[in-house]
Design a protein. Sequence first.
Length: 144
Amino acid sequence: MTDPADAYLAPQTWLDKALQECVAARLMAGAKLWAQCFYHAGFALECALKYRIMVANGWNRWPERNERRELYSHNLTELATQAGIIDHLLAAIKDGAPLGQTWLIAKDWSNETRYDPRPFPRRRGEDMLWAVDEMGLVTWLLNL
């Protein structure tokens, strides 16, 4: 029998979480909660990158921290590097492709923004949702 804890580590779990976080980001935008929209959209991207890492490596479980410490990061650029797609994203930026534009908007996301008590700019939340969800950065990652 499979340990239920192993299901959390499966690629499908990251894929499902990425899609759920996109829904949460859209809901937060609808409620005009821009910091939360930004956070959920960025977390959707993080989950999609972790899914892509697993698929690219042919893994059926997420490595333990002591096996691959570098994967325990919220830094999107580091995760894109681990997923083997950073060169593609940088080329898209250089070429002025829509994918590059979306990456430029999303790449500096930080999970720490959720702790910032200052008012959050609406435009920043809208831009993140646009890049990650509407322009399909998450979908692109999930379908590579």
